[in-house]
Ligand binder design. Structure first.
Ligand SMILES: CC(C)(COP(=O)(O)OP(=O)(O)OC[C@H]1O[C@@H](n2cnc3c(N)ncnc32)[C@H](O)[C@@H]1OP(=O)(O)O)[C@@H](O)C(=O)NCCC(=O)NCCS
Length: 152
């Protein structure tokens, strides 16, 4: 997809992001949660645009020696075109440039598409947090990627 551009997320992006969020999750983040993540000085938040239209985003937070991937979604009409993989590449670059060694995340056990995405870019399952999701009581899979200096 050659018309895809990636940029730092701003407050002006929030309405489009919020619409994608609503279309993507059973328990979407609320606006307050997005704004808290956006204003955190340790965060790296990236928005993907296709022909100017916001089509995906990710939110992440730098921690001691790792980055926590907090949220990632792609507009339903733009999935399976490599956008999430591109967004994750930006997070890996951010993490490496800040001297971090790992990226980790939690994902619902039933979310096969996301688990496949993460496995395809080098994450592995390291732990299960039982009944982590309060809406359904579903378990979370904790996945970690160790960053090599040459990772894309
Ligand atoms: C998960 C999600 C972010 C993937 O976004 P995407 O832009 O479609 O992903 P990509 O096109 O970059 O896919 C990269 C790889 O992930 C895997 N993958 C992605 N979606 C998949 C699906 N529906 N079924 C199987 N594998 C899938 C494939 O290995 C794919 O590579 P391929 O297309 O060459 O086979 C998107 O489906 C989404 O927004 N889902 C709802 C929100 C969500 O679950 N977010 C993650 C929360 S932890």
């Amino acid at each position: 997809m050659d018309s895809l551009t990636l940029r730092k997320t701003t407050r002006e992006d929030m309405p489009s992001i919020f619409a994608i969020e609503q279309a993507s999750f059973v328990s979407p983040w609320n606006v307050h949660t997005f704004l808290t993540a956006l204003h955190n000085r340790r965060s790296c938040n990236i928005t993907a645009r296709c022909n100017g239209e916001i089509v995906g985003y990710c939110f992440s937070l730098g921690m001691k020696n790792m980055v926590h991937l907090l949220n990632l979604a792609v507009h339903p009409d733009f999935r399976r075109q490599g956008i999430a993989r591109r967004l994750l590449g930006e997070i890996f670059s951010f993490a490496r440039s800040h001297g971090k060694s790992y990226v980790f995340l939690e994902v619902r056990k039933s979310n096969e598409s996301a688990k496949r995405l993460y496995a395809s870019v080098g994450f592995t399952h390291v732990s299960t947090w039982q009944r982590y999701y309060s809406d359904s009581g579903e378990d979370a899979s904790i996945m970690v990627k160790r960053l090599e200096r040459t990772d894309g």
